[in-house]
Design a protein around this ligand. Structure first.
Ligand SMILES: [Zn+2]
Ligand SMILES: [Zn+2]
Length: 496
């Protein structure tokens, strides 16, 4: 409708589009999948309107690109708007919240700071975007500040704010706080339940997740396909194979939902973790769609846990095909070959990696101490307290040794690690973060770390021991899941 009027304007001799023409058209393009239309329309703005462009035209353009996740373009347009209003701030922050990269999330926090300096008061929409950014960063104190802001400013704890908070607390490792927010929400819809069940699942509370799923249906809230993913994922984490299977079977029969790739992925994970590797493999071959990287990674986990080298090899070959630029896959495959002394294959994989121009992703850990974020890279010596950190690491090593811990060597068959150690002294990033936390925060509060790669076997064993020796809870969110280290054990039950 809007477009047919527009083409009428264009074809009519005496009519010309003006400032009032474009905002509603961009809005239409943003709410339908009409990206190409919108982009073409953008060229018309250049053609028919004179700069400086009207505020509403600029804002509608920004909103359009933000909805399609075009962050750098959105930011460019935002920078041209001289006095952004609340809606404009919300558009740009939402664009940042749609991204999950650490650098961009940090930029978003700076941007929010600027917004506050410009004296524009955030509303619920702003807060949802801010909390989303904090959740990705694991910035618990910033996120808690946002929560306090909601309470202090009489903003509504509506289901969007509530769901964002549940997600934040769960992703920062505080599942109890997530639960509190969930209980406080007056109206809970499918999204709220999904966030809470997912929170319970990633923290290994499988039984509670299944119970909440029962409660959800009891309360008459209709599960969607995401609900079924998170429930099955919860079952997989704690080995509730029958419950998980039941869920899968009920999808079509009870809820009329066609299983998607994610659901098959959960099923593979469910079998794999329970040691039913053959069934997991079967599932990957039989499923009606092409398996993606998540599925192969899940099979890789199963083969690793149950010592099935051949399957591990197959899974990694597929992973390298699907993700040729992810360095971790090459390192894992070459480590498998190294562990069984197939050195020709090791050098072949290394060459493949070089041919594809893949650089190794350095391991990197983020930790928040006293409201400030600290970043550590493997073998990092750039931190201002580097000297103390390395002294602490030596002390930790001595105490680990006294508890009988020996660093893993190649004799351990099939100990596959995504990260490499250049030498015995280049510590993985999470160790640096843990050492720093032990020095810098003397309270008994849990140490919370966010890592960009998978935790390696050696760090996993060591961190379990450190949690016991230093009597500190350590929560690590790695690329795949959460690990709660407490009293010498981990919530992942050594499967990750
Ligand atoms: Zn490690
Ligand atoms: Zn673990």
């Amino acid at each position: 409708m809007a477009f047919s009027l527009y083409s009428h304007i264009l074809t009519h001799k005496s009519l010309k589009p003006n400032n009032f023409t474009y905002p509603s058209l961009f809005k239409a393009c943003g709410s339908h999948p009409w990206f190409d239309h919108g982009r073409a329309l953008h060229t018309h703005v250049f053609k028919f309107l004179e700069p400086p462009y009207d505020h509403f035209v600029q804002a509608s353009l920004l909103n359009f690109y933000s909805r399609y996740g075009k962050l750098s373009l959105s930011r460019y347009l935002f920078n041209q708007i001289c006095k952004p209003d609340l809606a404009t701030w919300n558009s740009i922050l939402a664009a940042y919240a749609r991204n999950t990269s650490i650098d961009l999330s940090v930029d978003a926090l700076f941007l929010f700071n600027e917004m506050q300096n410009s004296l524009i008061r955030p509303n619920e929409v702003t807060i949802v975007a801010l909390i989303g950014v904090c959740a990705d960063l694991g910035a618990l104190s910033q996120g808690t500040w946002a929560h306090a802001y909601v309470l202090r400013s009489n903003l509504r704890l509506n289901r969007f704010v509530g769901t964002a908070l549940i997600d934040l607390y769960a992703k920062c490792g505080c599942v109890d706080l997530a639960n509190q927010v969930f209980d406080q929400l007056p109206h809970k819809d499918t999204l709220c339940y999904n966030a809470m069940i997912r929170g319970l699942a990633i923290h290994g509370h499988g039984r509670k997740a299944v119970d909440l799923f029962d409660k959800m249906r009891w309360e008459g809230v209709r599960p969607d396909d995401v609900t079924l993913v998170v429930v099955m994922c919860a079952c997989a984490h704690v080995g509730l194979v029958e419950e998980g299977l039941k869920c899968f079977e009920s999808m079509k029969e009870v809820y009329g939902i066609e299983p998607k790739l994610e659901h098959y992925g959960c099923l593979v994970d469910l079998f794999g973790r329970a040691g039913r590797v053959r069934e997991a493999e079967e599932m990957v071959r039989m499923m009606p769609m092409k398996p993606n990287a998540v599925l192969w990674r899940s099979l890789l986990g199963a083969s690793r846990l149950h010592g099935n080298l051949e399957l591990g090899e197959v899974a990694l070959k597929h992973l390298i095909q699907l993700e040729p630029e992810t360095s971790g896959n090459y390192v894992l495959l070459s480590n498998i070959y190294a562990s069984i002394n197939r050195w020709d294959d090791v050098s072949r994989v290394r060459k493949l990696m070089k041919d594809h121009g893949v650089d190794k992703t350095p391991g990197c850990s983020l930790i928040e101490i006293g409201g400030a974020m600290h970043e550590f890279i493997m073998g990092d010596k750039t931190h201002p307290h580097s000297k103390e950190i390395y002294l602490k690491l030596e002390e930790i090593s001595r105490r680990l040794h006294a508890h009988g811990h020996r660093p893993r060597t190649k004799e351990v068959l099939f100990d596959i690690e995504e990260e490499e150690k250049e030498d015995a002294l280049s510590y993985h990033s999470e160790r640096l973060a843990i050492a720093f936390a032990l020095i810098a925060s003397d309270s008994n509060a849990p140490i919370r770390i966010i890592k960009n790669l998978r935790v390696c076997g050696d760090c996993h064993v060591s961190t379990k021991l450190i949690s016991m020796i230093y009597d500190r809870e350590i929560v690590v969110r790695d690329r795949n899941r959460f690990h709660h280290f407490r009293n010498g054990t981990c919530s992942c039950l050594d499967y990750w």
